[in-house]
Design a protein around this ligand. Sequence first.
Ligand SMILES: Cc1cc2nc3c(=O)[nH]c(=O)nc-3n(C[C@H](O)[C@H](O)[C@H](O)COP(=O)(O)O)c2cc1C
Length: 389
Amino acid sequence: MTARSDGAFKLTMKNPLDFTPFFQPITIRNLTLKNRFVMPGMQRGWCEAGHPPARLAEYYASRAKGGVQLVLSESTAVDHTSATRTWKYARLASDTVGGWALCAEAVHKAGGHFFMQLWHEGALRAEAAVAADLESIRDAFVRSARLARQAGADGLEVHACHGYLLDQFLWGDINFRDDGYGGPDIAARVRFPAEIVRAIRDEVGPEFVISFRFSQWKLTSYTARIVQTPDELGFMLSTLRDAGVDMFHASTRRFWIPEWPGSDLGLAGWTKRLSGAPVIAVGSVGLNVDLAETMAGVEASAGGAQTPVGANLAELLRRFNAGEFDMVAVGRSNIADADWVAKLRDGHLSQIRIFTIADLGDVAAEAAAAGRRSSGGLDGEIDNGRNLQ
Ligand SMILES: Cc1cc2nc3c(=O)[nH]c(=O)nc-3n(C[C@H](O)[C@H](O)[C@H](O)COP(=O)(O)O)c2cc1C
């Protein structure tokens, strides 16, 4: 191989990283994944009136063919008029279930597994949702969960992150409800998400896998927190486990950032330690820019002393080998390169195509607009991330 000047290449040449631990199977309920790589939910802007086009099924299948074992659908609005009003956002209702069945089938044929991500956009109107609203939203999650199973998905993920409806319940800074579903106590704030999980579990039975995705950060605030302490996190997780969650997806923008002082565990690491459940870590795997920076228009680079194929993956491997998390979600890198996982598996790191903002295609302009809206959140936290570019 020809010599290159970037440090990462030297690092991989001198000390080839042993990625085989990522290629060991894991079993969750009756689902066995052959490796630990997941593609997280990412809206592509291709749906039409909520229907997934054939192109979306092909895209999911190509990532499964490229080595991703678990493909998560983009956030899919549950079967409720308030869940989304945007024509190009995915929906899971009786009129769209056939399209999702084709996605599941395509992923299965390509050797992967498929989960539907169930989502509600949030904030129904200026005033708080009343009890009847909550009941009808819960029923919509249940209907869509039933359809996810009918579509042949291997499981589902409850979207409770990034500032959308269920996250709005979890987030104490904005949830001032005084009806037992809000306020300063996490026990009250987790109540509605847990009720939804329990109702879904009752509907889908014991074998269908339920993942729960949560985050501290929001699209509108990068410094927001739903839980302030490990104790609060532990309480939230055990409530959700009791309700029927099998696995957690701890959404962070950078997987290596310690969540609390005194330990270098990230949010995924704390989640695993406190819940004992299988956990997916995520956030800038193989990239030296996080999602916020992408939205602010900052391009990733493959060069520099700490590059995608160098320190970033070495750190991912170190944390994985230390037992911090069980699975790894790779988002933008999978958009950029359908064979990202296969190239890593086969030791062809230098052939990985690095993500560019243009790869977002139909949602690039939207991402930029969201970046402008939330640019107040681009604070010192980002600079911490630069220690692992
Ligand atoms: C274009 C795009 C769309 C996204 N849509 C969703 C989504 O539908 N549901 C979700 O939970 N997260 C969504 N995310 C967040 C990703 O799942 C992931 O957490 C984030 O991109 C960080 O992973 P990465 O650094 O590997 O890209 C989206 C991200 C991108 C870039």
